[in-house]
Design a protein around this ligand. Structure first.
Ligand code: HEM
Length: 210
């Protein structure tokens, strides 16, 4: 099968939609636990349904990811970078699934209803249990920190591809045209080097190497 140059258009739409939603969720979460003002219930009322929306979207996203062929990473990328890239992508998928599920489970264990709008109430996925609630609350917090760190690394890697390597990896997830540097580019680079040697030689009045 031919490897495509970019991700499936639907995968790209899901990627950018979820990027916005997840960043919003992380900041809403931190803002929510950091305030006892009347904004707290208001932020919580956004946080819960948005978390459930992320859970539904990540299920669709995983299905799209497993059913479509992703573009290959450039051949000249060092092995450790490919390994870290693949591992961090699966950590991100794991966290996109785990965070909403743990949030839902925590609220169930605490006996709090999860309302979607005024009438739709989600069922509890765990029995009420104070110890479990405390444990899941800590898990939700520490996984949120891990999520922040992984996203930071992911954005750093994306910028490294876009601005330093310029190898088309960044464009494969955006809506521009990917320009891959591949093995075919090497003869061109060699001839550039040859031109530069010849120019140097002309400057110093010595014959270029044959
Ligand atoms: C991708 C999904 C989610 C993300 C990224 C996320 C992120 C966060 C973050 C960053 C915090 C603050 C943690 C802290 O500093 O202590 C938080 C707290 C909280 N989240 Fe989520 N969350 C998600 C899904 C959910 C869901 C689905 C629910 C419930 C249905 C939920 C319920 C809560 C609650 C109740 C708190 C406050 C916990 C406390 O009082 O310490 N979260 N969330």
């Amino acid at each position: 099968m031919n490897t495509p140059a970019s991700f499936h258009p639907f995968a790209r739409v899901l990627h950018w939609t979820m990027a916005v939603l997840i960043l919003a969720m992380l900041f809403i979460g931190v803002g929510m636990v950091g305030t006892v003002s009347p904004k707290h219930p208001w932020l919580l009322a956004i946080h819960r349904p948005l978390g459930v929306a992320i859970l539904l979207l990540v299920i669709v996203r995983l299905a799209v990811r497993l059913r479509t062929q992703p573009p290959a990473l450039p051949d000249d990328m060092p092995y450790w970078q490919r390994y870290v890239a693949h591992a961090s992508h699966w950590v991100l998928y794991g966290l996109m699934l785990a965070m909403p599920l743990i949030g839902w489970a925590m609220q169930s264990a605490g006996g709090y209803p999860i309302m979607l709008g005024d009438t739709l109430r989600l069922p509890a996925i765990l029995p009420e249990n104070a110890t479990l609630f405390a444990w899941l609350r800590e898990a939700h917090r520490y996984l949120a920190y891990l999520f922040f760190l992984t996203i930071l690394g992911h954005v750093g890697a994306a910028l490294y591809h876009a601005l330093i390597r310029r190898d088309g990896v960044f464009q494969s997830m955006t809506f521009g045209m990917p320009e891959r540097i591949d093995a075919k580019a090497i003869p061109a680079a060699e001839s550039e080097a040859q031109v530069s040697v010849e120019l140097q030689a002309t400057k110093h009045d010595t014959p270029p190497p044959s």
